[in-house]
Design a binder for this molecule. Structure first.
Ligand SMILES: [Zn+2]
Length: 368
């Protein structure tokens, strides 16, 4: 069965290279593909849902100077598969393996547990990759090709176990117009006090909204639930509630479109759940220390080692030391492989951190 993939156009990708004239990354013949890489999002659990997931990865990868999302595909916890480089384009996910390797990022971070739906979709993509290439692609985690913590302990164990999963079924689209030609139901999300509402949002807070709607007599669209996943039924019920408050307009982005606003949510629940989002502080990396470099000893080497660990380029188990020794050098070179723009010019293996790389590394490690 071929996997339902939400195309770049559907999820609202920026043009390749953020440039409408770009023809995008080079194409790669399926015959060149021999391996399959699994990635995760990084050290931090992610709470985004729906189209916000590929868009966030795209923003990060464009900022890296890449053409767009570097993975072949991204799979979210609902089991949606989003097109990144797709079947036919060179990746930007693992140096040395971007032609030979197709890849999927499962959109979890840290210790987050992948859902059975996410694993089933990722596995179905792998099976389809094997079918398309006519060979059994080697199953690999990012760390099998590159010094990194990716894909995290849970996904790496899964890869090593042979990626067991079953029961793939296409997830409903996380956003967009309704199939079947019905009136368009809003399928965008909003974040209020750090919690996400709208189609595809998941959590106790979604259940609580549904229960409150039912209690107020606006539960007529539920055939199951409410909660914990926000469906079109939640949107339609919430729209009824908004209309009862006198709001007008049920088309997406009008006042009664069924996607909560702060005031209607407060009216419904009495208080706003969640905690007020604090404005992200601009991160200022520490100044580049004088005298830092391979085989030199200075306390600043420890600062560097901590940032390398925080950014995932050095194992946490490596002991800190004043000496900028072989392990620090190897980790810096790995960082440079991922961000070649910070290498010294003309150097392909660069163990020496420079001022720009220093700033980028610290921003990567601590900037968000
Ligand atoms: Zn990775």
């Amino acid at each position: 069965m071929s996997v339902k993939i939400i195309s770049r156009a559907e999820w609202g990708a920026r043009p390749w290279d953020n440039d409408p004239r770009s023809s995008g990354p080079a194409t790669v013949a399926l015959a060149s593909r021999t391996e399959w890489f699994v990635h995760y999002d990084g050290a931090t659990p992610i709470v985004r849902t729906g189209y916000a997931i590929p868009r966030a990865i795209e923003a990060e990868h464009l900022a890296n100077g890449w053409a767009g999302i570097g993975y072949s595909f991204v799979v979210d916890q609902a089991g949606n598969a989003y097109e990144g480089r797709g079947w036919g384009r060179v990746g930007a996910h693992c140096p040395g393996h971007n032609v030979s390797g197709l890849s999927v990022q499962i959109a979890i971070g840290g210790d987050q547990e992948p859902t059975p739906a996410a694993l089933a979709t990722a596995r179905a993509l792998y099976d389809e990759a094997c079918e398309r290439t006519g060979r059994k692609l080697a199953m690999k985690g990012h760390k099998d090709g590159f010094a990194t913590l990716c894909p995290g302990t849970r996904l790496y164990a899964w890869v090593q176990a042979g990626m067991p999963a079953q029961g793939y079924k296409p997830a409903p689209n996380p956003g967009g117009s309704l199939p079947g030609g019905g009136a368009e139901v809003a399928r965008y999300q909003v974040t209020i006090n750090g919690l996400t509402y709208g189609y595809g949002a998941v959590g106790d807070h979604v259940t609580k909204v549904g229960e409150a709607l039912v209690k107020r007599g606006h539960g007529s669209h539920y055939t199951s639930g409410p909660g914990p996943t926000w469906t079109d039924a939640d949107t339609l019920c919430y729209s009824d509630f908004q209309q009862s408050l006198g709001h007008k307009g049920t088309a997406p982005h009008q006042d009664a479109d069924g996607v909560p606003g702060e005031s209607s949510l407060r009216t419904l629940l009495g208080t706003l759940p969640g905690k007020a989002a604090t404005a992200p502080k601009a991160y200022a990396p520490p100044a580049f220390p004088a005298g830092i470099g391979p085989n030199k000893a200075a306390p600043s080497a420890r600062t560097l080692q901590r940032a390398l660990k925080a950014a995932g380029y050095m194992a946490k188990s490596v002991a800190e030391a004043d000496n900028y020794g072989p392990q620090t050098q190897k980790a810096v070179a790995a960082f440079h492989n991922a961000y070649p723009q910070y290498r010294s010019q003309g150097v392909s293996y660069d163990p020496a951190i420079g001022p720009k790389g220093w700033a980028a590394l610290f921003t990567l490690a601590y900037g968000k």
